[in-house]
Design a protein around this ligand. Sequence first.
Ligand code: 6PG
Length: 239
Amino acid sequence: MIELKISETPEEVAESFARDLFQMINQTNGHFHLVLSGGSTPRLLFDHLSHDYASRMPWEKIHFWWGDERCVPPSDPESNYRMTYDHLFSRIDVKPDQIHRIKGELTPEEACRLYVDEIGDLIPEHGHLPLFDLIILGIGDDGHTASIFPDQIDLLVSKETCATATHPLSGQKRVTLTGPVLNNARQVSFLVTGKSKALRIAQIIHQENSAVHLPASHIQPGSGRLSFYLDREAASGIK
Ligand code: 6PG
């Protein structure tokens, strides 16, 4: 069952998700392992969290992970870690050992191996797969999610926790969590805004036959807890 949460604007999507995240974290005892998405959409969420929750959120409970990373140094403008640092970590009280970045400065294979080791050390397992508490995902115009692209859709059923990938247009090397790990999470939340995503959202929500080619449409956590936080534009194709 997909939970739809539609807000008027991207800012209201960020506010809506932040409220729910705040409630989830406060209801959690112990650590909360949160997987972040990259790209541009989460920027508004991170700005909102750092401005409105800096002193309210129990940041010390949260461990930050990524669903994917570009294979660039952490100082690179393309880095998902850098974007998160600029818009969130640099403005809140978070300790380095709470941040588990994918080391994009290494070779994709080495970054992947180290990330798998770190996940293995810290994340509990369920069904022999890492069990993250919440995974935030975005959707690309081509229907990719994390760095599982339509031309590498086999990563949806990989036996590995983490894999290397290549952006089909730019050729940029990526490291990504794989489909079985994403689907093993207690909860998955897609944050999607903008008119350019409306077609893909409609295909996925209406489970159209064409959605089979969209990696994002195959993210259906076994826990059943799947939510879409959309703005009016991204939701405009939903009947
Ligand atoms: C990345 C992301 C990727 C992103 C989508 C949507 O590293 O780029 O993890 O999966 O979520 O491409 O990106 P936008 O939010 O920029 O539209």
